[in-house]
Design a protein around this ligand. Structure first.
Ligand SMILES: [Zn+2]
Length: 172
């Protein structure tokens, strides 16, 4: 389950930028500027954070825009190659994708118990990234994954500890 902390409303300016850079990329690579490709990118821009291919497929279906999963995979590959989206593998589930613009803005906290991922504002500023040594690699942006316990799981564990202690006392 993925929740988004920082409610994200895409500004028109950013949205236009994304569409324009996709168009530029397609021209450069001599790929066709199909309605399908732009429609898929448009739908991707409505996700506040990560999405997987099933969620994207469902969303398009709901809008009565029917494309095959093969077309979706193909378009996602094109979008990755064009630097518009980034793939993230954060669990054993399906690969999650995210707009690069959003990935640059968000870090993540992941609960190791219930596997919930919550997005937080990015705490990895560019100047900090410049100070990280990355041999034979040119970093462009960073998105942090912080592992730990969510408040629900922490509460559950604390309650369990208390009742375990009580039980132990009774046994003694
Ligand atoms: Zn949890």
């Amino acid at each position: 389950m993925i929740e988004s902390d920082t409610c994200f409303y895409m500004e028109n300016k950013i949205y236009t930028e994304i569409q324009n850079s996709f168009a530029e990329y397609l021209t450069e690579k001599k790929l066709r500027k199909t309605e399908e490709r732009f429609r898929i990118l448009e739908e991707i821009c409505t996700f506040p954070g990560h999405f997987d291919i099933c969620a994207l497929h469902r969303k398009l279906d709901d809008q009565n825009f029917h494309v095959s999963k093969a077309t979706l995979y193909n378009t996602l590959e094109v979008l990755i190659d064009g630097g518009l989206i980034v793939p993230l593998q954060v669990s054993c589930n399906a690969v999650q994708y995210k707009l690069r613009k959003l990935a640059e803005m968000h870090s993540h906290v992941i609960c190791t118990k219930c596997k919930t991922i919550r997005e937080i504002k990015n705490y990895f500023p560019k100047d900090q990234l410049d100070s990280v040594k990355t041999p034979r690699f040119t970093p462009e942006f960073a998105s942090l994954y912080i592992y730990g316990l969510c408040s629900k799981c922490k509460n559950k564990m604390q309650k369990k500890n208390v009742s375990d202690k009580k039980n132990n006392k009774r046994k003694q």
